[in-house]
Design a protein around this ligand. Structure first.
Ligand SMILES: [Cu+2]
Length: 144
């Protein structure tokens, strides 16, 4: 029994390292994932995150999804004619060995069509899909 378990563990290790060699995936490092709390009935909110690309090749954030909402899209806030506007960015490129910061007043993840309230202190998982590598599921912490 004990031997069997050891063999299984060894086989798993080999399989994992084999996969890593076959597909050298540039990993995006995610930090500061925050979503603004939204009371019941509010249709939209914003989320912020920092994405760091430690690799030598640019990585594009191509899609963000959340079970909590019908759509999540990168937006940018800009001042135009003395008024604040925001527009959709489409795919966002994280430069090699660089980072992209979504933060209040600049880029944000616009969460629209909220299906439930977002309560302070909870975490909300979102899936970030890149043009390379695996999608990442990130837990966004709800805070002001
Ligand atoms: Cu927006």
């Amino acid at each position: 029994m004990r031997l069997n378990r050891l063999l299984i563990a060894a086989a798993t290790t080999v399989a994992l390292s084999g996969a890593a060699e076959a597909a050298p995936t540039p990993t995006v490092i995610v930090s500061e994932a925050v979503i603004r709390p939204a009371p019941k009935g509010l249709p939209t909110t914003a989320a912020y995150v920092t994405l760091r690309n430690p690799g030598r090749t640019a990585v594009k954030l191509v899609k963000v999804t959340c079970a909590c909402a019908s759509s999540v899209a990168p937006h940018e806030t800009m001042e135009m004619d003395g008024m604040m506007h925001m527009h959709a960015l489409g795919a966002v490129t994280i430069p090699p060995r660089g980072e992209v910061t979504f933060a209040p007043g600049g880029m944000h993840l616009m969460v629209t069509g909220l299906k439930r309230d977002i309560r302070a202190g909870e975490t909300t998982p979102m899936t970030l899909t890149f043009d390379r590598g695996r999608p990442l599921t990130v837990r966004f912490h709800a805070e002001r």
